[in-house]
Design a protein around this ligand. Structure first.
Ligand SMILES: *Cc1c(COP(=O)(O)O)cnc(C)c1O
Length: 610
């Protein structure tokens, strides 16, 4: 799997004249988006974790782009006036870690080309197309085995080309090293372009293959007439191809599994792999480290993963960390707190329950009184009670527990990655979550982020559950980079993509987006005169429990079915004798979609006479 891409973007773009004097060519817009930005979006969707852009002319444009997309790193080729693409590639070399995709900056292309190269088994592959009739073709000649031996713009040199150079290439580290060695071998090569270096490497023993996609939709944009052609012929074709790949959009307003992006859905489709292969171990290790980094320092915390749902992670946590002579206090102010207590009971732990209202804030004074009895070694609580949307003051609770020397266990299944958090500051030692909520991946991976010292302290506790044991799973993974039992392989690929997309968006911005959606919902709820179960100031902004209206024609099924017609899925919520329906706004949901849902909600409520 290729993780890095390099875009060479040092050039002047002089064939555009005035238009690119003060702006790099890559920033010319197609359908409202600079072509290089669209390329970045496609690379991210194709599972690229890091993009290095070699800049030169008007480099500040790229630096600004790098602020918008955290996974971009820019490197300036100060000598861009006197060099060409090899000069720009050279400044990127120190940041290239392994196999990578090399792209030109002025490309408009169908993202299927990225997939073609990602799926290649051969290490060095140039993407080629059939005849483009662009009048600026770079022809490629390959032998019967598909190995490149000539590159030229001159048809006389290559009368029967094997294809045309697109400007997207898969390159191995060793090929890159050879390209660089050749480039530096002679001062007269200062203006060498990368395709000539590739040819040189290919004819000197490290084969570079040409992979031709006959009717590939792409174009480079060097001047006004090419731009015209891109806008009128190529881009519409690309758009159509890509729309064909879109999966029917369903917006899940239930509290998980959350709506995912198409790129996360597609990431599940990969070659079969034995999860005990080193490559897959590397992928899981990368996931674990990134999952930790969203909520804690990777020096002090570590993530232990299982193939299970969020409740599995809760169970692993509760049954693995309380010693025989310990005593647990569980805060129960909703279904999930109640679930933690049930788990404690099943495992016959010594425990008590601190009960609190399901819709009003926890009385911290009363809690402090219980804790000060010093009867308890461990405290378990839920960060965000998904039952009602009530957000518990988890930092105050856990810091208080710490002050009494207790270890803290938190179900943050529906808070993690939807609310920025730092576990150390909050005083959380163990925190459970799952792959299918705010991280926006597929269901199947439950995980616990553990303070390493607190985890270490559990190693002598007798195992209560053979499968869901934190210490065993952790140790085995440390030694082997494998989970003890078969992990959900495809879910991990989707999780990897979801993590990349979370890094790109950032947890802070994701929380802002969720809040923007919640604000739209709350506005509508108020306009309709509906009541919410929890006071606004105590809500999470992630899910809202709304009291069912007191009109005879209302039925949850009616509302559910009406919303479903417009691809919105909603969820009931019954709390004792209080009837609510619940709207979650987690997942890949945009404010415009929430606006649209609110329109439908209003329509339904009016139709029943509200
Ligand atoms: C979703 C959720 C869980 C886990 O539910 P599963 O169905 O097991 O994935 C646990 N706790 C909270 C607070 C949740 O929101």
């Amino acid at each position: 799997m290729i993780r890095q891409a390099v875009i060479v973007a040092g050039g002047l773009g002089s064939r555009f004249g005035d238009r690119t004097k003060l702006m790099p060519k890559g920033f010319i817009e197609i359908d409202g988006v600079p072509m290089v930005e669209r390329s970045v979006q496609k690379l991210i969707a194709a599972g690229i974790e890091e993009i290095i852009i070699g800049t030169g002319h008007c480099s500040e444009y790229y630096d600004e782009l790098a602020e918008k997309y955290h996974i971009i790193k820019t490197v300036r080729n100060d000598n861009y006036m006197n060099t060409s693409s090899m000069g720009t590639l050279e400044v990127c070399v120190p940041y290239i870690k392994g196999d990578f995709l090399l792209l030109e900056s002025d490309l408009v292309y169908d993202s299927v080309g990225l997939k073609v190269l990602q799926n290649e088994q051969r290490p060095n592959v140039i993407l080629a197309s059939g005849k483009s009739n662009s009048h600026d073709e770079v022809y490629l000649a390959a032998d019967d085995d598909g190995v490149l031996y000539e590159v030229s713009k001159n048809k006389e040199i290559i009368p029967n080309p094997s294809g045309e150079l697109v400007g997207i290439t898969r390159i191995s580290k060793s090929c890159l090293d050879k390209m660089m060695a050749y480039y530096k071998s002679d001062k007269s090569l200062i203006k060498l372009d990368y395709e000539s270096a590739l040819k040189q490497v290919s004819i000197s023993g490290e084969p570079v293959f040409v992979h031709k996609v006959e009717y590939y939709a792409w174009t480079e944009i060097d001047d006004e007439s090419m731009l015209d052609r891109a806008l009128n012929q190529i881009y519409p074709r690309i758009k159509e191809n890509e729309e064909l790949q879109n999966i029917r959009r369903e917006v899940l307003l239930n509290p998980g599994p959350a709506t995912t992006t198409d790129s996360v859905k597609y990431a599940q489709v990969q070659s079969d792999i034995c999860p005990r292969e080193l490559e897959f171990g590397g992928l899981m290790e990368w996931c674990a480290e990134k999952l930790t980094s969203f909520a804690a320092s990777t020096d002090e915390y570590t993530t232990v993963m299982f193939g299970c749902s969020g409740t599995g992670a809760d169970e692993a946590m509760v049954c693995s960390v309380v010693p025989e002579d310990g005593r647990l206090l569980v805060i129960d102010n909703g279904s999930y707190g109640n679930r933690l207590a049930k788990i404690a009971k099943v495992h016959k732990l010594n425990f008590d329950v601190f009960e609190s209202s399901t819709y009003e804030p926890i009385d911290l004074k009363a809690l402090e009184k219980v804790l000060s009895s010093k009867k308890y070694t461990h405290l378990a609580a839920v960060y965000h009670e998904t039952t009602t949307g009530l957000l518990n003051p988890i930092g105050e609770i856990c810091t208080m527990a710490h002050s009494f020397g207790m270890t803290t266990i938190v179900d943050a299944v529906s808070a993690y990655c939807g609310i920025p958090m730092d576990l150390k500051t909050l005083g959380i030692d163990f925190m459970a979550s799952t792959s299918n909520k705010n991280i926006q991946g597929m269901a199947g991976v439950g995980f616990v982020i553990c303070n390493k010292k607190a985890l270490e302290a559990t190693k002598d506790i007798p195992i209560r559950n053979y499968y869901l044991n934190l210490w065993d799973q952790y140790q085995y993974f440390q030694k082997t980079k494998q989970t003890r039992f078969t992990p959900p392989v495809q879910t991990f690929y989707a999780l990897r993509q979801a993590i990349i997309e979370t890094e790109v968006e950032t947890v802070e911005k994701r929380a802002e987006r969720y809040t923007a959606c919640w604000n739209i919902l709350v506005d509508t709820v108020k306009k309709l005169g509906l009541k919410m179960l929890v006071k606004e100031e105590n809500q999470s902004h992630l899910i809202t429990a709304i009291l069912e209206p007191d009109v005879p024609d209302y039925s949850f099924e009616g509302l559910h079915d009406f919303a479903k017609e417009y691809a919105f899925t909603i969820y009931p919520g019954k709390l004792g004798n209080i009837n609510t329906f619940r709207i979650a706004n987690i997942g890949d949901i945009q404010p415009e979609e929430m606006q649209c849902f609110c329109g439908k909600l209003t329509e339904y409520m009016k139709s029943i006479g509200l």
